[in-house]
Design a protein. Structure first.
Lengths: 232, 232
DNA sequence: ACTTGCATAATTGTTGACAATTAATGAATT
DNA sequence: AATTCATTAATTGTCAACAATTATGCAAGT
């Protein structure tokens, strides 16, 4: 288990200047990867010992994990790692559909021609990767996230970007990691990405939003089936 | 200024069992009402003194306020009360449009007949209130929030409800409080609410979402003009 | 006059101890 | 045997002191 004591100082990593943030990152990774199993009781003193820090900064990390819904906390009773269920994932995918649909609409309005060209190039690159890796799921995952992330950035909507990137994607990643790998529908996804990119290139906001929503709700249908099959 | 030292104990208020939560509520109210002005530097020791608690729980409160975007915090440099600008409000209204549109769609699918009847009754009540108060803005505000809140609850989507109620509405409330009161377009709003409720009653998901989005983007146009006029 | 560098002060980050609350254990009673 | 109640243990909440970092002000040099 990845329980390296966090002893690095400020200068070592300007990105994570504080113990609280470093432990936050570590714990987050452990939860998403499943090394901290769902439903695990979080005992502050234990975790503090494990990560080699005191309870103060660890507490801050826990609070931040609570905010991105990776941990549930009840006053005086402690915290547990979240347990994903179908209902929760359904809620997340619905929210994602709404937000990414809006992001695609805004991207169609705001993207520069250069950005659009870069987006198209990214998809070409994904096509190559798919051929080379022959459906090795991992790279497709990252490619998928790449695409969606770019749309969110291009929307120039800070709130949407933060919530997609900081919260929803984390939960989806966690779900993927722990429900075994999802099936490789790489070609379908790439086709849909291409259609979305083309709608954006045509500045067709309506269509870009529609296609993005269809893309995501389609993904949900597949995820849903997998989750249902697992619970039998 | 509302600087009552927080000395109450657990039994006094089961809803806010911890100093951190009580101070969170207090500070939140102070920020939204403007008693803690936008851009104010937050000094932990000062605030701790003001609220009569130590820095520990106060820090937790600050972290939570950061998460709902009422405070911005930079490591080792401290925190400030957020400063609302037009861009931020635009982002918020766009996100709200997407999420509440989805909520209306889900509500049209999931609401029971009883809930629909209750929603209709609520709107009748609002109509009465409008006549009685003759455009006194405050009650209209709360009525408006009432309606939107019910839709969010009816969507049965926990993520959407949490983000609307816990974060977006807070920022909109803050904007209203501090940009002077918004104009009373009570009758227009009520009409639109009625149309949305009717679409829900007919189980027309598509129309419910469409009308809700139009309602919110219309509201944004008005808010936008007000904010632009103020900055001249 | 402007910049540079150092010394000082102010503020945040971190820690370990203490208090309050909840959960667990087990004895006494019906 | 089951239930209640008190006792104990475990865990979270709170506090005040200490360390690390950043901001401030002043003096010296160019």
């Amino acid at each position: 288990m990845n329980s390296i004591p966090i002893t690095a100082t400020r200068a070592d990593n300007p990105e994570a200047p504080t113990l609280a943030r470093r432990s936050f990152d570590s714990i987050k990774a452990d939860i998403i990867s499943g090394q901290l199993a769902q439903g695990t009781k979080i005992v502050e003193s234990d975790l503090a010992l494990k990560y080699g820090i005191s309870r103060g900064p660890l507490r801050e990390a826990i609070h931040r994990l609570e905010q991105i819904k990776l941990i549930v906390r009840v006053p005086h009773a402690g915290s547990r790692v979240i347990t994903l269920d179908i209902k929760m994932m359904q809620d997340i995918y619905s929210a994602r559909e709404a937000l990414e649909g809006m992001a695609a609409r805004l991207a169609a309005r705001l993207m520069t021609d250069n950005e659009i060209a870069a987006l198209s190039a990214l998809l070409d690159q994904h096509a190559d990767t798919i051929i080379q890796t022959e459906g090795k799921a991992y790279f497709q995952r990252e490619g998928d996230i790449d695409f969606h992330f770019r749309i969110a950035v291009a929307s120039q909507n800070h709130w949407i970007l933060e919530n997609l990137h900081g919260e929803l994607y984390q939960l989806i990643r966690m779900c993927r990691h722990q429900s075994g790998q999802f099936p490789a529908r790489a070609h379908t996804a790439l086709d849909q990405h291409r259609q979305i990119a083309e709608a954006i290139a045509r500045r067709d906001e309506e269509l870009a939003e529609l296609l993005m929503r269809r893309h995501i709700s389609g993904a949900w249908e597949i995820v849903k089936k997998i989750l249902e099959d697992q619970n039998d």
